[in-house]
Design a protein around this ligand. Structure first.
Ligand SMILES: [Zn+2]
Length: 190
């Protein structure tokens, strides 16, 4: 949904929306985190606040990286750096590790969080880049039973700190649940 300053409030149908930048607070597993310059459109009549898709997308990566940090996982940029150090494209690395083609694009833009297993593989590759060749040789071309290499996050793990007006319009749970039903995600479960 896109909102504009001056447009009519979709809730009360009488107030005119005002654009503002706020500091929005979130928490994950009890750890607080705030996103500065969080764009909201507020209604001066009924007090509702709205967040548009653009802001949600921008925030998604920031929140994913925060969650990764709390969970001790590599951040988007670290994953990208490791891949670049290995000198392979996102698709090539996905192919070698037998995950869905778009997996690394999703890890790197924060759409999807890597599993602990994948995280470990990436850390190993960062230390020993030559292992990539070994992995390419030992992994079978296709896996009969694919398990997931991404992490599902329970919505209850991750709630905005202020259960105020914003959260009622910002379906955070929908944004952070990792979708991989369609994906042929790999792996070698622990
Ligand atoms: Zn209103």
């Amino acid at each position: 949904m896109r909102y504009k300053s001056g447009s009519t409030c979709p809730v009360c149908q009488s107030g005119k929306l005002i654009h503002k930048l706020v500091e929005e607070k979130f928490s994950y597993k009890g750890k607080p985190f705030s996103v500065p310059n969080y764009e909201v459109f507020g209604c001066p009549e009924c007090g509702e606040e709205f967040v548009d898709d653009k802001t949600i997308r921008r925030t998604e990566k920031i929140l994913t990286d925060f969650r990764r940090k709390v969970d001790g996982l590599l951040a988007s940029d670290e994953i990208r750096a490791i891949r670049e150090e290995l000198n392979v494209t996102q698709e090539k690395l996905a192919d070698i590790l037998r995950v869905a083609k778009k997996t690394f694009a999703r890890y790197e833009n924060g759409q999807v969080t890597q599993s602990k297993n994948m995280d470990t593989i990436l850390r190993l590759l960062a230390k020993r880049p030559e292992l990539l060749q070994d992995i390419a040789e030992i992994l079978p071309a296709s896996m009969p039973e694919q398990t997931t290499m991404t992490t599902k996050v329970s919505t209850t793990d991750y709630i905005p700190m202020e259960l105020g007006n914003i959260s009622s319009h910002y379906d955070l749970s929908k944004e952070i649940i990792m979708e991989n039903d369609q994906d042929k995600e790999l792996l070698y479960a622990a």
